[in-house]
Design a protein around this ligand. Structure first.
Ligand code: WT7
Length: 650
C-alpha cells in the first residue's frame, strides 16, 4: 500500500533477516489473547522471585490493582546480582560518556554489584529503612543509577527529580514525598561549564524540611557550601562501606519509586509504582520491543533518568535483562553536533531510542553530519514522548537506519510505567506516525464520549477521533498518586467510571488497517519536546510575579518542539503597557521557577482573557488565536469582544 501524498510506502515490514532473528513472534499476540493473566504470569517468571506468586491479578479493589501480590522479590537483585551469579560479571553494564570529551568509563555488572552493595550499606548507615523516601537530583552519571538501585535494594522509594528543575520545583517534590535524604552532586556540566547543583538542594531544604542528610557526589570539583552534620560526601561514606550486602525480598506490591509528573493543576502528582508488576512489564517490553540480545547488542536510550523513560529503559528494563548500554551525560550539541553520532560509532550502538524532537533537530542540522559517521551497527530505532511526524520518521529510518531498520514508535506514559502501544519489531509492520497496536497482554481502545468504539466507518468518517482508554489493568500500571487517592480516581478513572476504564488524557484515532494514531493530549497538559508541562504550573509561575495580575497558558503546535508554550498575561494596572523587557523578565521567571524547558516561547500582554460566565478561562479559544486559526465556538464567552483586544495586542 502506498501513501497517496508522497508515494512512499505507507507501511514498512521488517526485512526477512530481521524477522528471522526477532525476539517477538505473532504467536505472542495469540497467546496473550487466549489467556491474558497466564501470559503475564509467564512474563513475570522471566524474573527471579524469592517467594513465587500464586495469584496473578487482584482487581477486587479497582482502580487499585495488585499484581503477583503474594510473591516477593528484590528488584536490585534482579537487575544486578543474578547476572553476576550467572557468570556474566565481566559483561559491561554501562559504557558511560561524560559531557567533557575523553571523560568516560565502562562499568561491568560485577563492578555495578559492588557499587550498589556499598551504596546500600551507606544509605542504611544514614538511617534509611524500607518505606522511606529519598530524592535523587543528579546529572546522568553512573552514581545516579547506583543510587536508584541502592534504594531499590533496600525497599526505599526513590523520587528522581530532573536536575534541570529549579530549587522551588525540587522543594515541592521533596516536601510532598517527605524525603529523608537527598542525593545530589556538587555541580554538573552544562555546555562545557561546571555549574552548581547542590546549591539548589541547599535552597530547597533551607527551611521547614524533612531532609536529614544530603549525600553529595563530587562531580565537578566546584566550590560547594557545606553544612556539617547534614551534608555527607559520597566518596567518604560509600567508598568505605562494605561491599557485602544481602538483599532482602520485598512483597511484589512494595512501592519501588515515586515519580512526579504534571497534571492539570499546578501541583505535580507523585506517581506511585510498585515492584513486581513494574519490573515484569519494564523487563518484558525491553526484551520484545527493543529485541534485545544481551550478548551482542549495545543499547542506547537517550532519555534522562529524571523521566519515566530513564527509569524503565535506562535503569530497570535494560539492567533486568543484563544488557550493555550507553549512558551519556551531556547534550547532543556538545561540543558540536557530531556528539551522538560519535558515540554511536565509538561503542557500535545497535539499538537507539530517542525522542521525535531530537530527530527533528538532527534533520535541521542536515544529514551531512550523520553521513560523516559509520552508523552501520544500528539495527533498530525507537521513538517516544510525542507523535512523530511521518517526514521525520522517514528521515530517521533513512539516515540512521540505512532505509533498513524497523522503528518502534512506543506510546506510553509516566502512569503506565512501561510501553503499551508499539510495533513488535520483526512482527508488526511499522507505519510512520502510528504507534500501531497494543502490545501482547495490553488492551486499549479508542472510544467516543459514551464509550463506544470509534472505528473508521461511514458513520464516523475516516478520520474520526476519540479518547484513548486502557480497558484492562496491566502489571506496570500506577498504583496511585502519593497521598492523594481521591485525585487518582478523579484524574484517571472518572471519565469512564461505569466501565472501569483508565483514561490516558490523549486523543487518538484508528486508521483503516486498525492501527492507532495517538493525536496528543486533550487535557490542559502540554507536550514540549516530549516534556510534560501543565498549563496551570506555568500560569502559577507567571502570577507569582509581582506585576502579573492574571495569566492563561496554552500549548500551540510547533514545528520543532511539537507544542510551544504561549502565555497571555494581564499585568497589574500600573504596569499595563508591558514592553519587551517585561516580557523577557516573565519568560525568565518561569524558567527560574520551574525549569528552562518551561520557558514560554511567547508572552503576550493582553487587556483581558476570554472567560466563560462561570469564570473558566477558555483555553481552546486562546489556542485558536495562538495557532492563527478562525475562532471556534464563542457562544459561552462572557464578553465576545475580548478577542478584538487580544488580537490587537499580538
Ligand atoms: C504523554 C506521556 C512515555 C515516556 C515519555 C513521556 C505522549 C508519549 C507517545 C507516542 C504519541 C506520545 C502522550 C502521553 N506520548 N509517547 N509514541 N506517540 N504521543 O511520558 O511525560 O508521562 O507523557 O506523552 O501524550 O500521554 P509522560
Amino acid at each position: 500500500m502506498t501513501d497517496t501524498f508522497t508515494e512512499a510506502p505507507a507501511t514498512y515490514p521488517a526485512s526477512v533477516e530481521f524477522a528471522a532473528q526477532a525476539n517477538g513472534t505473532e504467536a505472542l499476540y495469540r497467546e496473550a489473547a487466549a489467556d491474558r493473566l497466564g501470559f503475564w504470569a509467564k512474563q513475570a517468571n522471566r524474573l527471579s522471585w524469592q517467594t513465587p506468586f500464586t495469584e496473578v491479578l487482584d482487581w477486587s479493589e479497582a482502580p487499585f490493582a495488585k499484581w503477583f501480590a503474594d510473591g516477593a522479590l528484590n528488584v536490585a537483585y534482579n537487575c544486578v546480582d543474578r547476572h553476576v551469579e550467572a557468570g556474566l560479571g565481566e559483561r559491561v553494564a554501562i559504557h558511560w560518556e561524560g559531557e567533557p570529551v575523553d571523560d568516560r568509563r565502562s562499568i561491568t555488572y560485577a563492578e555495578l554489584f559492588t557499587d550498589v552493595c556499598r551504596a546500600a550499606n551507606a544509605l542504611t548507615a544514614l538511617g534509611l529503612r524500607a518505606g522511606d523516601r529519598v530524592a535523587i537530583y543528579m546529572p546522568m552519571i553512573p552514581e545516579a543509577v547506583v543510587a536508584m538501585l541502592a534504594c531499590a535494594r533496600l525497599g526505599v522509594l526513590h523520587s528522581v527529580v530532573f536536575a534541570g528543575y529549579a530549587a522551588s520545583a525540587l522543594k515541592a517534590r521533596i516536601d510532598d514525598a517527605e524525603a529523608k535524604v537527598v542525593i545530589t552532586t556538587d555541580g554538573q556540566y552544562r555546555r562545557g561549564q561546571a555549574v552548581p547543583l547542590k546549591a539548589a538542594v541547599d535552597e530547597a531544604v533551607s527551611t521547614d524540611t524533612t531532609v536529614e542528610h544530603v549525600l553529595v557526589v563530587r562531580r565537578t570539583g566546584i566550590e560547594t557550601p557545606w553544612r556539617e552534620g547534614r551534608d555527607v560526601w559520597w566518596h567518604d561514606v560509600v567508598d568505605s562501606a562494605s561491599p557485602d550486602h544481602t538483599p532482602q525480598a520485598f512483597n511484589s506490591e512494595h512501592p519501588l519509586f515515586l515519580l512526579y509528573t504534571s497534571g492539570t493543576t499546578g501541583k505535580p502528582k507523585g506517581i506511585v509504582h510498585t515492584s513486581g508488576g513494574y519490573l515484569t512489564q519494564a523487563s518484558y517490553t525491553h526484551h520484545y520491543v527493543f529485541d534485545i540480545k544481551p550478548e551482542t547488542d549495545v543499547y542506547w536510550c537517550t532519555a534522562d533518568i529524571g523521566w519515566i523513560t530513564g527509569h524503565s529503559y535506562v535503569v530497570y528494563g535494560p539492567l533486568s535483562n543484563g544488557a550493555t548500554q550507553v549512558l551519556y551525560e551531556g547534550t547532543p550539541a556538545w561540543p558540536d553536533q557530531h556528539r551522538h553520532f560519535e558515540i554511536i560509532e565509538r561503542y557500535g550502538v545497535t539499538i537507539y531510542y530517542t525522542a521525535p524532537t531530537l530527530v527533528r533537530t538532527f534533520m535541521k542540522w542536515g544529514r551531512d553530519i550523520a553521513d560523516s559517521h559509520d552508523l552501520s551497527t544500528l539495527r533498530l530505532l525507537g521513538t517516544v514522548g510525542e507523535p512523530i511526524n511521518p517526514e521525520a520518521w522517514r528521515w530517521y529510518r533513512e539516515v540512521f537506519g540505512a532505509n533498513e531498520t524497523p522503528i518502534v514508535d512506543t506510546w506510553w506514559q509516566t502512569e503506565t510505567g512501561a510501553a503499551m502501544i508499539s510495533p513488535l519489531p520483526g512482527v508488526t509492520e511499522c507505519k510512520p506516525g502510528s504507534a500501531t497496536r497494543p502490545l501482547p497482554g495490553i488492551s486499549a481502545r479508542v472510544v467516543d464520549d459514551h464509550g463506544n468504539l470509534i472505528e473508521p466507518s461511514p458513520e464516523y468518517g475516516e478520520h474520526a477521533s476519540g479518547y484513548l482508554v486502557l480497558d484492562q489493568p496491566w502489571p506496570s500500571m500506577l498504583r496511585g498518586i502519593w497521598g492523594d487517592p481521591k485525585r487518582f480516581r478523579e484524574t484517571y478513572w472518572s471519565r469512564f467510571a461505569d466501565r472501569g476504564w483508565y483514561f490516558a488524557g490523549d486523543g487518538a484515532r484508528y486508521d483503516l488497517d486498525g492501527n492507532i494514531w495517538v493525536l496528543g493530549r486533550i487535557d490542559d497538559v502540554m507536550n514540549v519536546s516530549g516534556h510534560r508541562i501543565s498549563t496551570a504550573e506555568v500560569e502559577s509561575a507567571l502570577v507569582g510575579h509581582a506585576h502579573v495580575a492574571e495569566a492563561a497558558v496554552v500549548g500551540a503546535s510547533d514545528e520543532h518542539t511539537g507544542q510551544a508554550i504561549i502565555a497571555f498575561v494581564i499585568l497589574q494596572a500600573d504596569r499595563a503597557d508591558g514592553g519587551a523587557e517585561m516580557i523577557e523578565e516573565l519568560r525568565a521567571e518561569v524558567a527560574r521557577e520551574i525549569s528552562p524547558i518551561a520557558r514560554p516561547k511567547e508572552v503576550h500582554v493582553v487587556p483581558e482573557l476570554p472567560k466563560t460566565r462561570s469564570g473558566k478561562i477558555m483555553r481552546r479559544l486562546l489556542r485558536d488565536v495562538a495557532e492563527g486559526r478562525e475562532l471556534g465556538d464563542t457562544s459561552t464567552l462572557l464578553d465576545p469582544t475580548v478577542f478584538e483586544a487580544i488580537r490587537a495586542a499580538r
